[in-house]
Design a protein around this ligand. Structure first.
Ligand code: NAP
Ligand code: MG
Length: 405
């Protein structure tokens, strides 16, 4: 078989633990036999981050900016225990955080659906993609536990030192709590551009929701910025693509999402996205079937699985056990990145390969061959066989080879 050619390199960000093992298996079994894989490789595994004092993370993000498409393996975000385990000289920051900040990107999470695992919400037929604005709000708020009676005020002083705003928040007659949160127009704008771009890129409707009726400055600003950018830069493109932009209040959105059939992108403010993404992913099935893509406002893409490095399985693997870790979300990170690369470079073969790779995954699952994590989720009565990661990937390989022949 002639291998499929690539022109521009894909930025490859390797990672840690069990997902690093799966990464190599996926390349060996599902990619390299069929594609003349062209990547610029960055090792974001914790030992290499320690060795380079995390420079490798910064370099990989710069490469993603340069080439426009990256694929990332799950990585350890060090905590105190990891500092000891890996003998780190510093508690390096989350690579995902660093990359997201450098690309100024928004994360889109979407589940992979199969027939034998029914979503908890019966009428959901297509994936619901959640876009979370991962900046500001309560995550960067200043808080105070009010210990006694007294007055809380909101004050703004401009850069010239003029106090331009002062308003009483509350006149406390007893103990209480106080919180000051903020956001920035620039960040909201980037969020909006990422959302509109991703909707166009995936040809899905975009929903956005806030509580602007109650929050007449804060949430209203989000609503107005989205509206302005849509009218100016995206309305015509959306009409041409046959998709719509829809704004509604967050509580109305929740009701509509539950009644819907799915198949759209739901953009959420930081806290709503945090909460709703866990609800939506659980209702669809499993974290191991959740994909994730970081999209920058200027249309750079970084694909990954939503789950972590699956540490508990890795420790078993190190003891010589064969594990049944689900590689689907990581395979989809590769297929997503290869498809995007193919689209950007006009390589129809590469796009078709990505489609066939995903189809081979679904066919394997539909044939009842799956990893252990999925077995408990299938509709009772479905005949299934739980296999190891190795056997599962081999079964996908077999189906992919047939589809490509
Ligand atoms: P995790 O790696 O997602 O795993 C949590 C549990 O979920 C696993 O123990 C496993 O359950 C199940 N699971 C997750 N993915 C699975 C898969 N593909 N196949 C089968 N089961 C799967 O989360 P964690 O244990 O909290 O975090 C481990 C490390 O990952 C941490 O160091 C964290 O910093 C890192 N992390 C990285 C990212 C990222 O790079 N994007 C995201 C999250 C966490 P059972 O053990 O019950 O089988
Ligand atoms: Mg959450």
């Amino acid at each position: 078989m002639k291998k499929i050619k690539m022109t521009t390199p894909l930025v490859e960000m390797d990672g840690d633990e069990m997902t690093r093992i799966l990464w190599q298996m996926i390349k060996d079994e599902l990619l390299c036999p069929f594609v003349d894989l062209k990547t610029e490789y960055y090792d974001l595994g914790l030992p290499e981050r320690e060795k380079t004092r995390d420079q490798v993370t910064v370099d990989s993000a710069n490469a993603a900016k340069k080439y426009g498409v990256a694929v990332k393996c799950a990585t350890i975000t060090p905590n105190k225990q990891r500092v000891e385990e890996y003998g780190l000289t510093e508690m390096w920051k989350s690579p995902n955080g660093t990359i997201r900040a450098m690309l100024d990107g928004t994360v889109f999470r979407a589940p992979i659906l199969i027939d034998s695992i029914r979503p908890a919400v019966r009428n959901w037929k297509a994936p619901i993609t959640i876009a979370r604005h991962a900046y500001g709000d309560i995550y960067k708020a200043t808080e105070y536990r009010v210990p006694t009676e007294g007055k809380a005020e909101l004050i703004f002083t401009d850069s010239e030192g003029n106090e331009t705003f002062r308003e009483t928040v509350y006149d406390f007659e007893c103990k209480g709590v106080l919180q000051g949160s903020y956001n920035k127009d620039s960040s909201i704008r980037s969020f909006a551009h990422s959302c509109f771009n991703y909707a166009l890129s995936t040809k899905q409707d975009l929903w956005f929701s806030t509580k602007d009726t109650i929050s007449k400055q804060y949430d209203q600003t989000f609503k107005l910025i989205f509206e302005e950018i849509y009218e100016k830069d995206y309305k015509a493109k959306f009409e041409e693509a046959g998709i719509t932009y829809f704004y509604t209040l967050i509580d109305d959105a929740v009701a509509r999402v539950i009644r819907s059939e799915g198949g759209f992108i739901w953009a959420c403010k930081n806290y709503d996205g945090d909460v709703m993404s866990d609800m939506v992913s659980t209702a669809f099935g499993s974290l191991a079937m959740m994909t994730s893509v970081l999209v920058s406002p200027d249309g750079k893409f970084e694909y990954e699985a939503a789950h972590g490095t699956v540490t508990r399985h890795y420790y078993r693997y190190l003891k010589g056990e064969e594990t049944s870790t689900n590689p689907i979300a990581t395979i989809y990170a590769w297929s997503g990145a290869l498809r995007k690369r193919g689209e950007l470079d006009g390589l129809a073969d590469l796009v078709t390969f990505a489609d066939k790779l995903e189809a081979a995954c679904i066919k394997t699952l539909d044939d009842g061959i799956m990893t252990k994590d999925l077995v408990g989720l299938v509709t009772p009565g479905t005949p299934v066989t739980a296999v190891t990661s190795k056997a599962f990937i081999a079964a996908i390989h077999e189906r992919l080879e047939k589809a490509l022949a």
